[in-house]
Design a binder for this molecule. Structure first.
Ligand code: NDP
Ligand code: OXD
Length: 313
């Protein structure tokens, strides 16, 4: 029952160490180690080389080491096996921290105060209560629901948009193409926690930007994206920040990562950027999650949190 760990762009050492600590009786190997490909039952992966996973004839399940699975669904040679994604309070809590932090940075007008401090200026601005601000969350999945809960607790007026109909306490829910315009029209701060699929690619463009509420207390709408970079048309966001149709933005994910040095986004006004660290996959927490799922599966229980290949998430 050998476990393969293939994490492109991440250091594998912490994963190997955490997995061996969590499951000392299992063999854990890395690509390049000396092992028999037919010994591999489970692959724990992040951005594996396309086609790589078809090399293991007895593979039973693929575990994405991130909540997003576009790094797998875009592989045309992905074997037809169950793909399990991360649903874990450690990762969810990290994302909620990022969302709350960035909503508050804009709500509390932090760019203004940071600039004033740099100039040695004492420049108070009027401050509204959270209840005056409408936050709209695109994606009411594991991450969107938790962010909605935390923002509601702070007093923001929260609404959400998803593909299928939802009912959530204290959150006005919209869904589908017909729900998008009314959702946007009542949103001052838009938060995208959408997966990347054929439907969500380039979804947040100038049409969406122009459909956001313009009568909110922040003086213009704000966009946060921690879902996937390719859901947002970066040039449309940049132009809207430049010409003032958008008051501000926060981005954790980008169409090309790392963000190229010549991207105009580096110099966009009132834009907070983080390098895809909103919700890091923690080796200790997520090794416990994955081993727990494997143990349950081997005891005869069905695998949970499976990706639906037709939906793409
Ligand atoms: P889930 O699969 O639990 O939720 C996805 C949500 O998006 C669901 O509510 C789904 O609707 C909605 N959705 C999907 N397609 C559409 C569509 N076409 N129109 C409207 N709504 C849609 O995912 P998670 O919440 O766990 O994660 C969301 C994404 O966050 C990940 O896919 C990943 O890209 C990103 N992420 C980013 C991280 C970072 O560090 N920046 C870390 C972790 C994840 P429905 O409920 O109807 O199915
Ligand atoms: C994830 C990510 O999907 O890090 O977990 O983006």
């Amino acid at each position: 029952m050998t476990i393969l760990v293939a994490v492109r762009g991440w250091k594998p050492d912490h994963w190997i160490h955490a997995l061996r600590e969590t499951a000392p009786n299992r063999t854990v190997v890395l690509p390049g180690d000396d092992f028999d490909p037919s010994s591999i039952r489970y692959a724990l992966v992040w951005k594996p080389e396309p086609g790589y996973l078809k090399s293991f004839p007895k593979l039973e399940a693929i575990f994405s080491l991130g909540a997003g699975v576009d790094h797998l669904t875009t592989d045309p040679e992905l074997p037809n096996l169950p793909v399990v994604r991360i649903v874990d309070p450690d990762l969810t809590g990290r994302m909620t921290e990022w969302v709350v932090l960035n909503v508050l940075l804009h709500h509390r007008r932090h760019a203004h105060y940071a600039a004033a401090q740099a100039e040695g200026g004492w420049k108070p601005l009027r401050q509204w209560a959270a209840g005056a601000v409408r936050v709209g969350i695109m994606g009411l999945g594991e991450l969107g629901r938790d962010a909605a809960r935390a923002l509601t607790a702070l007093g923001f007026k929260v609404k959400g948009w998803s593909r299928t109909e939802k009912r959530l306490e204290s959150v006005a829910c919209f869904h589908g193409a017909e729900g998008l315009a009314p959702f946007l029209a009542q949103t001052d701060i838009l938060v995208s926690l959408l997966p990347l699929t054929t439907e969500t690619e380039n979804l947040i463009d100038r049409v969406v930007i122009d459909a956001l509420a313009k009568d909110g207390p922040l003086g213009g709408p704000v966009i946060l994206n921690a879902g996937r970079g390719r859901s947002l048309v970066e040039t449309d966001l940049f132009v809207a920040l430049q010409d003032g149709r958008l008051k501000g933005a926060s981005l954790d994910v980008f169409a090309t990562e790392p963000l190229p040095p010549d991207s105009p986004l580096w110099r966009a006004p009132n834009l907070f950027m983080t390098p895809h660290v909103a919700a890091e996959s923690d080796p200790v927490a997520l090794s416990r999650y994955v081993i727990g799922e494997i143990v349950a599966y081997e005891a005869g229980r069905p695998l949970r949190h499976l990706v639906d290949r037709n939906k793409g998430y």
